[in-house]
Design a protein. Structure first.
Length: 139
């Protein structure tokens, strides 16, 4: 059994964004040499997310609207967390909704996706470097 670990670093210049990271994940899989196994990909920060869905701009706009309705950024005084001096209480909730990680099957050296599935990094409190872990195990 092989094990491979890689960190991806993102420094998103805006507060919120959805970034397709499928190619970076595929490159990590190629580097690992694993042909059959599992790939775990997770955000290593509590205001970011990794999720799987379609790469369609309308859907991403829908996410933005939906998340902002569920956990609006303003007023920042609405969040107990922001009493610590931060202004990202909403980002913690958005991350909880969108999820921390994905696990993807590896078959014949490829990510075993369904139709239209791609991997995304969701940033909810950007403007600084954040890490994403890619951990691959298999043969």
């Amino acid at each position: 059994m092989k094990s491979y670990r890689k960190e991806l670093v993102f420094n998103v210049p805006v507060r919120r964004a959805f970034i397709n990271i499928t190619r970076e994940i595929e490159e990590a899989l190629e580097e690992s040499g694993v042909k059959e196994g599992l790939l775990l990909c997770n955000a290593m920060h509590i205001t970011a997310s990794v999720f799987i869905n379609d790469d369609e701009s309308g859907l991403h706009q829908d996410y933005e609207k939906w998340l902002e309705k569920l956990a609006p950024h303003e007023p920042v005084s609405a969040y107990m967390h922001n009493r610590t001096g931060e202004d990202n209480g909403d980002a913690h909730l958005k991350r909880q909704i969108m999820g921390r990680e994905v696990v993807i099957a590896i078959t014949k050296g490829r990510l075993d996706f369904g139709p239209w599935e791609q991997v995304f990094y969701g940033e909810f409190d950007g403007r600084r470097a954040k890490r994403v872990l890619v951990k691959i195990i298999g043969e």
